[in-house]
Design a protein around this ligand. Sequence first.
Ligand code: GTP
Ligand code: MG
Length: 264
Amino acid sequence: RRRLSITPDLVAQALIPHHQFGWCLRKEAALQVHKDFHPRVTCACQEHRTGTVGFKISKVIVVGDLSVGKTCLINRFCKDTFDKNYKATIGVDFEMERFEVLGVPFSLQLWDTAGQERFKCIASTYYRGAQAIIIVFNLNDVASLEHTKQWLADALKENDPSSVLLFLVGSKKDLSTPAQYVLMEKDAVKVAQEMKAEYWAVSSLTGENVREFFFRVAALTFEANVLAELEKSGARRIGDVVRIKSDDSNLYLTASKKKPTCCR
Ligand SMILES: Nc1nc2c(ncn2[C@@H]2O[C@H](COP(=O)(O)OP(=O)(O)OP(=O)(O)O)[C@@H](O)[C@H]2O)c(=O)[nH]1
Ligand SMILES: [Mg+2]
């Protein structure tokens, strides 16, 4: 299987895509627009100190109304295919995409859930433990945008709202005229701001923005994943040395007589 490599120049692209792709990412509806990863993350990658032995995995769930194009979006990215016939997802499907970010192996587990009401019950049991939530709506169907708030609320019931990254994705961009698109974008940016989500517009038919979008998801979830790991291990940082000086002749002296000399 291929492994998509996010090299330092691609990190810069993924972290400030508005520079590279102009209109595809609106600054007012972006999660963050730093030129580089958090310094602690870059440093940890260089020193191979990113935590988890083996490689890192982030779970991403994709939710939204039936037929908005969730499956097509994942298939365009993972398999570079497009099917114009609608085949409803039953329950959930699952794809794994392997990346390498600054030399560190990293995988996105993409959970494609069913939008049909009758399968929602099964699908929602897979919401738990997501690092990112992608909420998809159809750019040509305003009702599907209105429903995104409910999809988000349901997905957040199973997750920690303070640590999960949110993406609001308008699909089927190829079907809207520029004028229609501009109108829809205004509403979508508003919804994205309310949700604190990052807004993207894509087309799985033409492939427009699909790769850029998933690289962005990978870059931001990777960064969050490593930062969380570093925070967890903050108290006992790997590589830190506890110094015991040679003149600390009697390490058994009680604390009242002698102040501890380690961890200075
Ligand atoms: N023109 C166009 N059609 C699309 C695009 N994406 C999806 N479609 C069509 O929309 C229909 C539904 O796409 P799916 O990806 O199956 O939708 P879904 O959101 O997975 O639907 P559920 O699994 O039922 O929740 C299919 O007929 C696709 O061919 C797109 O970018 N452009
Ligand atoms: Mg589907």
